[in-house]
Design a binder for this molecule. Structure first.
Ligand code: SAM
Length: 467
């Protein structure tokens, strides 16, 4: 079947693809693209995405390069039962600062060609599509975008945390990860991409896999639906399970995991199941030869637990120590996004609009700079030459002071070069106040592989230590 867009990206959109619609900055909507097979939901043109920026028949979202900007339907297409025709417009629709890399010619939704003015009597009632000049961008799904767009059923793990966690638990192509609970699937998608090294073949199993467990039945079913819808079956296996009681085997077999991530209210209650031998709740080894470990017997295992309170961390650390885990440490990610911009250059630019520079502001600034340069050159022609290192701010550009090429950092001597508006203005940075991350404490530990006397002797025979 079709490979997941999360794992094997295509160049263009196709029916059945999950697409992340970028509506505005940090505002996303996930949709599954549908090929029109007749009227849907009262729309003659099939499925339609309705947004506050206008209506977008899916027919206009298909077979375009990912990242394309799509214009809203420009006409009322719903009221009269007309036949539709798709057209591509060559007109420029970009707004400065909103282009997405890789975009193709922007397309306009469903301009109508009148071919038949009479509505067939058996057509369903059509909803009018309200004409709009808005647009959206169609983004290829990635785990990061899915985290921003997914329907929240629980608290989720955000990108700053999971990127660090995945590196610390050594997730790479081919790794087998155990995850509990699955929750809203944010971590599941990121880990699936990290471990992916091909789909299972008919005669064998895919090596890189995510074994996910969820106790809440409704969430389990929703997750299963999403995994199938996103073509991740075969890479992600999800089970409906209380892992505190029933552990991590899959159909009685070991997942042979080398990495574990627990995002549970009481991770310490699940740790005894992540052992190499059967252990009681108090950490004591129990004799049971039929017991199967969910871990890879030949490799060290890396674990991370994710808990919001320090009391939970203390319980977890105590349990990890009891169960033989080593190198236990705790980390908190304090992520901050820093926005680096050039400040306004125009004297009359409104100060209350943040850092956005409109084209009018730029043109005004360029003409002012030209005028300053002209006057400066005139001044220099009448003066003995001196070198001036200018530290002045943008406001000075409107004065007649010589050498005020803002803070381009240039030393002026005599003739001035053409103004460079993109280098003008003070360089400023602003930490963004609000960043979505559910702050939690991350506990990491390692369970070394077991090493017998015989293995030691065999290793020494193969690689003698020199004595
Ligand atoms: N990591 C997930 C994500 O990124 O979307 C969010 C996990 S959510 C905070 C915790 C989940 O653990 C919940 O969905 C809850 O139902 C599940 N859970 C709680 N106890 C469990 C148990 N004993 N066994 C399995 N899952 C459990």
């Amino acid at each position: 079947s079709k490979p997941s867009s999360f794992l094997e990206p295509s160049q263009r959109t196709a029916p059945g693809d999950l697409a992340i619609v970028l509506l505005a900055r940090d505002t996303y909507q996930p949709i599954t693209l549908e090929q029109s097979k007749g009227a849907v939901d009262g729309y003659a043109e099939g499925a339609v995405l309705n947004t506050r920026f206008g209506s977008f028949p899916h027919s206009t979202l298909l077979d375009v390069p990912w990242g394309s900007q799509i214009r809203a339907s420009a006409v009322d297409t719903g009221s009269r039962g007309r036949k539709r025709r798709r057209e591509t417009t060559g007109e420029e629709t970009s707004t400065p600062g909103q282009e997405t890399p890789g975009q193709d010619t922007p397309r306009q939704a469903t301009p109508v060609k009148d071919e038949d003015d009479k509505a067939p009597t058996n057509e369903p009632a059509k909803k009018p599509i309200v004409a709009s000049s808005g647009f959206i961008h169609l983004l290829r799904p990635t785990p990061e975008l899915w985290t921003s767009a997914l329907p929240h059923r629980t608290q989720v793990v955000y990108t700053p945390d999971y990127s660090y966690i995945l590196s610390r638990i050594r997730a790479r192509p081919g790794t087998r990860i155990i995850e509990a609970g699955a929750g809203s699937g944010s971590f599941t998608h990121a880990s699936a991409r990290a471990v992916y090294n091909g789909y299972p073949k008919e005669d064998g199993d895919a090596k890189g896999k995510v074994f996910s467990f969820e106790f809440n039945e409704a969430r389990f079913h929703k997750m299963q639906e999403e995994i199938t819808g996103h073509h991740l079956d075969g890479i992600v296996q999800i089970r409906h399970r209380d892992v505190y009681e029933d552990g991590f085997l899959v159909d009685g077999k070991s997942p042979e995991a080398t990495a574990v991530f627990l995002d549970l209210p009481a991770p310490w209650k699940a740790i005894r199941h992540l052992s190499r031998r059967k252990r009681a709740q108090n950490g004591e080894l129990e004799q049971d030869d039929s017991w199967t470990s969910p871990l890879d017997p030949k490799k060290s295992v890396h674990i991370c637990t994710f808990s919001p309170c320090i009391e939970q961390v203390m319980e977890t650390v105590t349990e990890l120590r009891k169960q033989g885990w080593i190198e236990v440490d705790m980390v908190e990610i304090a992520n901050r996004r820093i926005n680096v911009v050039r400040d306004k250059v125009g004297l009359n630019a409104p100060k209350d609009k943040g850092f956005n520079t409109t084209p009018a502001d730029v043109m005004e600034s360029v003409s002012k700079l030209r005028e300053v340069n002209r006057k400066t050159q005139q001044f220099h022609q009448n003066q003995p030459k001196v070198d001036v290192k200018v530290e002045a701010g943008a406001e000075q550009m409107d004065t007649d002071t010589p050498g005020t090429d803002a803070d381009n950092g240039q030393t002026h001597s005599g003739a001035l070069t053409e103004p460079k508006p993109w280098l003008s203005g003070r360089l400023a940075h602003r930490p963004e106040a609000e960043i979505k991350t559910h702050t939690s404490y991350l506990v990491f530990a390692v369970l070394p592989r077991e090493w017998s006397e015989e293995e030691e002797a065999a290793a020494l025979a193969k690689w003698p230590c020199g004595n």
